[in-house]
Design a protein around this ligand. Structure first.
Ligand code: F6P
Length: 408
């Protein structure tokens, strides 16, 4: 008769190519554990490499599986972290996370050979969205490690590094306990659990929860179309809108914002620019997913013109605003999927620190709000989205906050 041993301690081993969201997930787990008084440490091989071999680690050749010297050095770093993790669990630690690619079976054999005192859970991360991987690489190469070269060279080196890891990639299969997840959509693709793992349901729940520690959801400030009550289009901000954007910049000056996600429309980008200017290191990322509802044949019209010249559209939309789609355009219901993808992209890219900023539009922000806020579909198109205030949203496993705040 086989016996399951109940253990209180756990090793979590991340698996995946660079830029697949492994560290973000490791931090998320650490965060939730720490809040629940579960001592957790993350051991990151990249940090050791940068500390002990700083002149080599930026080079893609350092990751070439045929470069015996570098392979050995990387193995030493991995072993160092394995030993540190083991020591931690021997003492006060309860969870130790090994954050590294760990893509080859031989590397995982090394881990299993040394870590036999407590169960091991592997978490393999996959993200197939090329745009997001690209943006995430561009963010990574801004680190001091790549300071000696141009951004384009650094991106090339990094992509080559990924290719080297791909050469030795061996997906999880024979391991006793593993979860394979789509790290962009926070979805579990498959899993195999043979041991009785401590914290298993909490880990699983954490992996599939959209955790937002601090989301600033802003509507673009006053645009030329706003003062005419005109919809859609790609208008500039008014002088008042520019002053509002500057006020937003001053308001957020003391918060650390690494990314501002906007739509592709000028009014959101012009709102973001003065905010970025007062930040230390902040990138504006335009996501097409956050473009305003496409009003089709009604684009550029005023609400009054629609009512007078297209009364059928006016009344049909009024009767069922959530499901109605403008001819040749969209409705709230049909925007839902793309807005969800936009949110996932923003959360994936925004690792630490935790402030996320989205500058969207009226309909877009209503859909983003409805992602966090329970509202009947019929009520979503009427959620209040002012231009002189913003929403601050916190949605973690144990805390939900919604605040509508003034910025001036
Ligand atoms: O501010 C105007 C606007 O963003 C339009 O571009 C868009 O069509 C509209 O708001 C969405 O709001 P509603 O669904 O209430 O018409």
């Amino acid at each position: 008769m086989s016996m399951t041993i109940k253990d209180e301690k756990l090793y979590i081993v991340m698996v995946g190519l660079p830029s697949q969201g492994k560290s973000t997930i490791a931090y998320r787990l650490q965060d939730i554990f720490k809040k629940n008084d579960i001592p957790t440490m993350i051991y990151n091989n990249g940090e050791l490499r940068r500390k002990y071999a700083p002149s080599e680690t930026w080079m893609s050749e350092f990751y070439n599986p045929h470069n015996a010297e570098a392979v050995d050095l990387r193995k030493q770093f991995a072993l160092m972290n394995i030993q540190r993790a083991k020591k931690y669990l021997k003492n006060k630690g309860q969870v130790a996370v090994l954050d590294a690619t760990n893509v080859s079976r031989s590397r995982r054999e090394l881990i299993e050979e040394h870590l036999q005192d407590h169960p091991v859970l592997y978490i393999e991360c996959i993200n197939n969205d090329g745009d997001i991987v690209d943006l995430s690489i561009r963010h990574k190469v801004r680190s001091p490690e790549f300071a000696s070269m141009s951004q384009e060279q650094a991106v090339m080196e990094f992509k080559k590094r990924i290719e080297y890891y791909r050469m030795i990639y061996n997906p999880l299969h024979v391991e006793r306990n593993y979860i394979l997840m789509d790290s962009l959509h926070n979805r579990i693709i498959s899993e195999q659990i043979e041991d009785q793992l401590p914290l298993y349901s909490r880990i699983r729940d954490c992996l599939v929860t959209d955790v937002v520690k601090s989301l600033f959801l802003i509507r673009h400030t006053e645009s030329m179309f706003n003062i005419e009550d005109r919809i859609g289009g790609d208008p500039d901000l008014t002088p008042r809108g520019r002053a509002q954007a500057e006020a937003l910049g001053r308001f957020f000056q003391k918060k650390r914002i690494s990314y501002i996600f906007t739509s592709e429309k000028k009014r959101t980008i012009q709102t973001a620019e003065p905010i970025r200017e007062l930040q230390h290191d902040c990138t504006i990322v335009q996501l097409k997913e956050f473009n305003e509802i496409n009003a089709g044949i009604c684009e550029d019209m005023t609400y009054d013109e629609i009512q007078r010249f297209k009364p059928d559209i006016h009344s049909a939309r009024k009767a069922n605003k959530y499901n109605y789609a403008y001819p040749g355009g969209e409705g709230y219901a049909s925007m839902k999927e793309r807005i969800k993808i936009g949110i996932k992209k923003a959360f994936f890219l925004n690792q630490r620190p935790d402030n996320i900023m989205i500058i969207g539009h009226r309909a877009v922000n209503r859909m983003i709000l409805s992602h966090f806020l329970y509202r009947r579909e019929d009520d979503v198109p009427y959620i209040y989205v002012p231009q002189d205030k913003f929403y601050h949203i916190v949605a973690t496993q144990d805390r939900k906050v919604f605040e509508l705040k003034r910025y001036q």
